[in-house]
Every structure is written in C-alpha cells, then in structure tokens.
Design a protein around this ligand. Structure first.
Ligand code: I3P
Length: 283
C-alpha cells in the first residue's frame, strides 16, 4: 500500500513536501538542482541517487522533485550516515559572523568547547560549530558519522549520536541497527562495495567536492537499499584542482574525505560481519 506520510530523519526542518505520488519536493537554492542534473546524466552514479524530475514552485519557493526513497518500504529501518571528514564548504570559512543560534546548540552539546570570548558574546561562527561537531562525532577520525537512525523500538536522538566518536562506538550503533539476516547483511555490503567502485570511476565524482552528503541505508523485512542523498553542498571543483577524496583537508585543497569515510564504513561493517556470522558455516 502506498505510504501516506514520510519520515525525515535529519536536515533542515520545513524543507520537504511529501507527495503521495511517490515524489518528494525539497526546497532548493539552485546548487542541488545543478548537482542532480549532472548526476542524472552520468550512468555510473545515477543508480545510486534518487531520480530527479526537475524544479517546480511549491508554496512560493523553488523546490526540486526527487523520488521518495522510502515509498516502497514497509516499516523501514533507516540510517542517515553523513559522509566526509569536512562538513562545511571552503566558502563558509570566510563567514566570520558569530551566530547566537549555534552558540545555543553548542551550550547544549559541549559547553567546554566554548572560549571565554564566545561565552561573553553568546555567539560562535558556523565554522567553529561545524568543526566541533566533526570532532565530537566520528567525522574527523573516520570520515563519516551516523547522523540519525530509526528502527522499530530504537529511536536514537541526534544528541545520543552527537557523541558517537570512536570506531568501537560506531560499531556498537551499527551492530544494533543492521539486519540480523545474513542475506540482507551481505546485500548491504555488496551495495556499498558497488557504490565505492562506481564512485571511484565516476567523472562526476572526479570533478566535484561532496560535502554534507549522506548515505541513506534503508531496509525492511524483505528489501535492502542504499543511496547517496543531499547534494546541497556538492559543488564543482575549481579548475586546476583535483582531489582524491581520501587525503586530509587543508584549506585550499578542497579534499572532502568522502572515500576515506566510505572505506572505513565498509571495513567496520565487514568486521561486524565476521563477528556476527563467524559461528555460521558458509555453505
Ligand atoms: C547543522 C548541520 C547542518 C548545517 C546546519 C547546522 O548542525 O550541520 O548540516 O546545514 O547549518 O546547524 P546540527 O547537525 O548540529 O544541527 P548545512 O549543511 O546546510 O550547512 P545552518 O544552521 O547554517 O543551517
């Protein structure tokens, strides 16, 4: 039966409009539409992103129309994994305007990260906020973080996940989330391997920095799928810049750490596979 609602696990509030046809309309500043247009033209990447149907005006503002990836799932388990070791664009570094809303969020997360000046001003820059989030989570260390997840009887909040930092902590969250069915577990690994090998030979991937984008992992009792979503901060690299998506970021080199994160994610899930299924004989 077609779903009558849709679940948003993370990202900005009030940016999605659910449509019962199986499409989602997402508020867009133009950049994301450009990224999706290019992705639709590239056979290598297209199977791993939601289909994009163009832009339209909804409630007076520009939206992109994309597939609702949850449409064919029944009570799905959903995990949003934010990829990359850098979650802000290099352009955002020059924005030195301190923000009080981010200060409020940081007070709740980790007040010890605030300097005396920031406490006095009750404001911090977006760069500082994003970098602390990267360090508190596994983004800096592993090149990805578990941003949100939804599983029947297990709805971990963003705050719970904001401190999932070490490999062992990430592994524990994944162990509790991933399917216990061996076939489905293998399907997840196969799909991730395919994403990794396809991205490595994609010209889109070669020519873009991919920041703040997520891997969406969804499964229900009989289906598994994984996509790349959230292209709002996926931008063309400046001419003459090439990146390998693995090397550490230093200002100006545009490295995003996407493949570093994907490699680590796959390796952790592989370790889990051995730990969970090692007692079962492979027939
Ligand atoms: C937000 C998160 C978003 C980011 C947003 C942050 O932090 O990093 O990805 O939006 O910036 O506040 P948190 O996850 O702790 O809530 P962008 O990716 O669009 O930069 P914003 O407040 O400027 O929207």
């Amino acid at each position: 039966m077609a779903p009558t609602s849709w679940t948003q696990l993370s990202g900005h509030k009030n940016t999605f409009v659910f449509h019962k046809s199986g499409l989602l309309y997402k508020k867009c500043d133009g950049n994301e539409a450009l990224a999706y247009e290019s992705l639709m033209e590239e056979a290598t990447m297209k199977p791993f992103v939601p289909n994009f149907y163009g832009c339209l005006t909804v409630n007076g503002s520009c939206h992109i129309a994309i597939d609702n990836l949850l449409y064919h799932f029944d009570n799905p388990y959903i995990m949003d994994i934010k990829m990359g070791s850098r979650t802000f664009l290099e352009d955002e570094i020059s924005n030195a305007e301190p923000r009080s809303d981010l200060f409020e969020k940081m007070v709740k997360l980790d007040p010890s990260a605030l300097s005396d000046e920031e406490k006095q001003a009750m404001a911090i820059t977006k760069l500082k906020y994003m970098q602390i989030r990267e360090q508190l989570t596994s983004s800096s260390k592993l090149g990805f973080r578990i941003e949100a997840l939804l599983k029947t009887n297990l709805h971990q909040t963003k705050k719970d996940l904001a401190f999932v930092n070490t490999k062992e902590q990430v592994k524990k969250v994944l162990r509790e989330f991933l399917p216990t069915d061996r076939g489905q577990f293998h399907e997840i690994l196969d799909r991730l391997d395919l994403i990794q090998s396809s991205f490595k030979c994609s010209s889109f991937f070669e020519s873009h920095e991919i920041v703040g984008s997520s891997i969406l992992l969804v499964y229900d009792s009989d289906k598994v799928n994984i996509w790349m979503i959230d292209c709002a901060k996926t931008v063309s690299l400046p001419k003459a810049i090439t990146i390998d998506h693995v090397s550490p970021w230093v200002q100006g080199n545009h490295e995003d750490g996407y493949l570093f994160g994907l490699e680590n994610l796959i390796s952790i899930i592989n370790e889990l596979k051995h730990e969970i299924f090692c007692l079962l004989i492979d027939l």
